[in-house]
Ligand binder design. Structure first.
Ligand code: GDD
Ligand code: MG
Length: 359
């Protein structure tokens, strides 16, 4: 039986204000909490038991996902009262695993959408006889990631988290946030204190001569840490650019959740999702965006690549382009918000107050 650990304890700071009350993996993408897509992918790869390593807003996961049976797998929740970092979380979660010392265990960052063949990664891990196998992708700008040069046969040579110094940029291969650990390697991570997999565990293993095996796979991959990539992921899921069995509908240009109301003459496209009880007035245009439950979009509003929070209100003729509107926020008529502009939960912007605003 294959087991997996999903790291879902981060604060999702870059997705604020939506992550002030909802942890990032519970923010809906293509109609369901993003985590549902990851669980579905894991299940399809043969994973039967997932340990959710929670910390920030830990209490909201279990009421939604329960024991996992509705998602075709068994779920165990392990909560750090104080965040222990990615390594500390893996160490804490390991105690809930049934795998034997030599068994492979998947570890996944909770904010990654990818088309990676997880079963294939497990297979490569076994074939390489590695201590840890890492999925690597390529990034034009690796500064937000872990930089991972490899040598012959895919052996990892170094692991540099968030590289800065010019001499560190020796490759475009970056850590894609999916690992296979030999179970006993997890048990070597110190317990009860914060540990970073990326800054401590991987460099330490390399220094000790462990075999870290890198598998470069450049199929679809997105880190959902920033609002622009979150809406992109949702839109790609809706359109079927990347497949997830958890999307509640067939692939198409838009997705309406039950109870969404869209007036005649409104135009939806680019993988837009409109949440339950949301209302889109006539003449509005929504492209590649996420409109959450109960939100209201006024007549002639134009929304592109943006997120509109639960019960939020976007006034008539207002333009949103790459903006994030918090839950219960209100943007009056005739505003224009662009390029990472954010409206905090519950705040109200009067009519015609903003022509252009960057984060
Ligand atoms: N349980 C728990 N506890 N989970 C945590 C903690 C913690 O203290 N800190 C972070 N996490 C979870 C986050 O929820 C997320 O799913 C994952 O660990 C990675 O954390 P991020 O905060 O998203 O890290 P990042 O995006 O800056 O960098 C990581 O991902 C990149 C790929 O997207 C690193 O692994 C990089 O090396 C990698 O390139
Ligand atoms: Mg991330």
């Amino acid at each position: 039986m294959t087991e997996a650990v999903l790291l879902v304890g981060g604060k999702g700071t870059r997705l604020q204000p939506l992550t002030l009350t909802t942890p990032k993996p519970m923010v809906p993408a293509a109609g369901v909490p993003f985590l549902a897509h990851q669980l579905a992918r894991a299940r399809d790869a043969g994973v039967r038991h997932v340990v959710l390593a929670t910390s920030y807003l830990a209490e909201v996961f279990e009421p939604y996902f329960g024991d996992g049976s509705a998602h075709g797998l068994r779920l165990t929740y392990v909560t750090e009262d104080v965040p222990l970092g990615t390594g500390g979380a893996v160490r804490a979660a390991a105690d809930a695993l049934a795998s034997g010392p030599a068994d492979p265990v998947l570890v996944l960052n909770g904010d990654i959408l990818s088309g990676l063949d997880l079963g294939g990664l497990l297979h490569r891990h076994e074939r390489a006889g590695a201590d840890v196998t890492l999925h690597l992708t390529r990034a034009e700008d690796p500064r937000a990631f872990g930089l991972v040069p490899t040598g012959p046969g895919g052996r990892v040579l170094a692991f540099t988290e968030k590289p800065r110094r010019p001499e560190e940029f020796v490759t475009d291969q970056v850590n894609a946030g999916v690992y296979v650990f030999r179970r006993e390697v997890m048990d070597t991570i110190p317990a009860g204190r914060p540990v970073s997999l990326e800054r401590e565990t991987f460099p330490g293993l390399l220094a000790a001569g462990a075999l870290l095996h890198g598998v470069v796979d450049t199929s679809y991959w997105l880190d959902l840490g920033r609002p622009a990539s979150f809406v992109q992921a949702s839109a790609d899921l809706v359109r079927g650019v990347v497949r997830s069995p958890a999307v509640p509908g067939e692939p198409g240009e838009f997705l309406l959740l039950p109870g969404a109301r869209v007036e005649a003459g409104a135009r939806l496209g680019g993988g837009t999702v409109v949440g339950a009880g949301a209302h889109v007035a006539a003449g509005a245009e929504i492209e590649g965006s996420v409109v959450l439950d109960g939100a209201r979009v006024g007549e002639g509003a134009r929304i592109h690549a943006s997120m509109v929070g639960r019960q939020a209100r976007v006034g008539p003729r207002t333009v949103l382009h790459g903006a994030v509107i918090g839950d219960h926020a209100g943007v009056g008529a005739d505003n224009e918000l662009r390029d990472g502009a954010r409206v905090w939960c519950g705040t109200t912007i009067p009519d015609a107050a903003i022509r252009f605003s960057a984060a």
